[in-house]
Design a protein around this ligand. Structure first.
Ligand code: GLN
Length: 189
């Protein structure tokens, strides 16, 4: 099994390191041929407008949509979650639109409002998960097929829809690998 990490911009190396720490073969994806070798794809945090634009520039938008429609499991974090959303409140930026959610960008405030919070994520067990929020979005609407896995102060910050997982925070920036393991063992399966 090979898990791809979209490597156009953002925190892709940290996802690669986390996955490799779990014994998973990874490939950094900037080309269509690399995408074809993947059994799943992680879309990292970074800047969603930039990543969305680069998906078009690098000719990856169409092939990625095609793979997703054919069932490729996807895991988006922060900007990656924004890119997976069907609707982005107040924005017309390019996105994949693959999950039935509406997101609000920078919804917890600006860069200076970045923070860490212990998250209660029942599917990961009882211990709180270290949530790192950096100019983070949250979800303002989740469709009927979307499972809400975590809220923080009433805001939806982790969802699953079939074999797609989206987090408003950055699990790859912590030493806690439970969410990546959950993606590999439960969401992909
Ligand atoms: N605010 C960024 C965006 O909307 C996301 C920030 C992040 O990925 N840490 O693209």
């Amino acid at each position: 099994m090979t898990v791809g990490v979209l490597a156009l911009q953002g925190a892709f190396r940290e996802h690669k390191n986390t996955l490799e720490g779990l014994g998973i073969k990874t490939v950094l994806v900037t080309k269509r041929s690399e995408l074809e070798t993947c059994d799943a794809l992680v879309i990292p945090g970074g800047e969603s407008t930039t990543i969305g634009r680069l998906l078009n520039v690098f000719g990856l938008m169409e092939p990625l949509l095609a793979r997703a429609k054919a069932g490729l499991p996807l895991f988006g974090t922060c900007a990656g979650m924004v890119l997976l959303a069907r609707d982005i409140a107040g924005s017309e930026q390019p996105c994949l639109g693959l999950m039935d959610v509406t997101v609000r960008r920078n919804a917890f405030g600006r860069q200076v409002d970045s923070f860490e919070a212990g998250l209660d994520i029942p599917v990961l067990g009882k211990d709180l998960f270290p949530g790192v929020f950096i100019r983070a979005p949250y979800i303002t609407r989740a469709g009927p097929g979307v499972e809400i896995l975590c809220r923080l102060q009433d805001k939806i910050v982790l969802v699953r829809e079939g074999n797609k997982l989206a987090a408003a925070f950055h699990p790859e920036l912590t030493g806690d690998h439970r969410l990546h393991r959950y993606f590999l063992e439960s969401v992909m399966a």
